[in-house]
Write a protein that binds this ligand. Structure first.
Ligand code: ATP
Ligand code: MN
Length: 140
């Protein structure tokens, strides 16, 4: 049923919490987890040091995806870092890779909790054909 789970991560606490839920599900269903980090292309626009900023963001993305993979132990995992608009890249990945479920944070790094959901999650919920599990940060 849930053979392929997509776990989009931006390195936030909410995305961290989503890792734990994806792990539980994967253990239960024997799923593969596809980790994706999208380097948000809009973040660097107009920056005179655009290229070096982009390289930095890619590096951050690689590290974030690797750290998530490490937390998944012996679950079957692949990691991807792409550049573009986060919600668009996530949707595209779902369609092209037969993803059965998306597990992602309710919020992310900008963490404006006055909104019900972060904008990436909201857009993914609106457009993707896969079911989406949204996860809140763990209370400390
Ligand atoms: P906003 O970005 O709208 O100001 P936010 O940062 O609080 O608010 P989102 O960006 O929507 O909220 O983040 C919600 C979830 O979406 C994250 O927990 C993560 O799972 C996913 N996400 C956000 N940005 C990315 C990204 N660049 N790459 C992969 N996943 C992302
Ligand atoms: Mn965000």
């Amino acid at each position: 049923m849930y053979k392929d789970i997509l776990l989009p991560t931006d390195g936030s606490e909410e995305a961290e919490a989503a890792i734990n839920h994806a792990k539980e599900l994967a253990e239960k269903f024997g799923s593969k987890i596809h980790i994706i980090h999208v380097v948000d292309i809009t973040q660097g626009v107009g920056d005179p040091a655009f290229q070096s900023r982009l390289d930095e963001m890619k590096e951050f993305g690689e590290e974030t995806a690797e750290e998530a993979a490490e937390q998944l132990g012996d679950i079957d995992v692949e990691t991807h870092v792409t550049v573009g608009l986060p919600h668009q890249e996530i949707d595209e990945y779902v369609e092209e890779n037969g993803i059965d479920m998306v597990v992602m944070g309710s919020h992310g790094r900008s963490g404006l909790n006055r909104f019900l959901l972060g904008s990436v999650t909201e857009k993914v919920l609106r457009t993707t054909s896969a079911p989406v599990l949204t996860v809140k940060r763990e209370e400390d």
